[in-house]
Design a protein around this ligand. Structure first.
Ligand SMILES: [Zn+2]
Length: 158
């Protein structure tokens, strides 16, 4: 039995997500993130990654990227959450989605998409509704920058 099933997402209202079909222990490999292995050069020369859907592109090593924007990659349906319960873990040229805590049956499986902080982050609003949500899909290490920015804006408004 698979550990996940596809269902309409609570986070991405227009899309789907993956949900746990049973309780999943921490550090469990849930699903492999598959795709086409392409060279960095192919990534650079392809229009496919011009900002539109960079979330499906993974850096494997110095030479290769993984393009997960393919129909047979079910893991691409996993949504981002600022309180993610799973993570992408790379081993060699493989990427697995691994739980980082216990996930209860029926819970949506979520990852941290890990976007860096740059001027484009506003393209990707986050709707995860967790208490520590910073409003945008930005990796944990960069979120403080946005929080700081919000604080500044709030202060100006007062
Ligand atoms: Zn969020």
């Amino acid at each position: 039995m698979k550990l996940y099933k596809i269902k309409k997402s609570n986070i991405d209202r227009n899309g789907r997500g993956l949900y746990a079909t049973k309780n999943i222990k921490a550090n469990t490999k849930i699903i492999e993130y598959v795709g086409n292995i392409i060279t960095k050069k192919q990534t650079e020369n392809s229009d496919k990654f011009d900002n539109s859907k960079p979330i499906y592109l993974f850096n494997l090593n110095k030479r290769y990227d993984l393009d997960g924007l393919v129909s047979w990659n079910t893991a691409r349906l996993i949504n981002h959450s600022c309180s993610n319960n799973a993570e992408y873990e790379g081993t060699g040229l493989k990427i697995w989605v691994v739980s980082n805590r216990e996930i209860k049956k029926g819970e949506e499986i979520t990852c941290d998409y890990g976007f860096g902080y740059d001027s484009d982050y506003k393209q990707f609003p986050c709707k995860c509704q967790s208490t520590n949500c910073c409003g945008y899909i930005v990796r944990t290490e960069s979120r403080w920058r946005i929080n700081k920015k919000f604080k500044k804006i709030r202060r100006i408004n007062i």
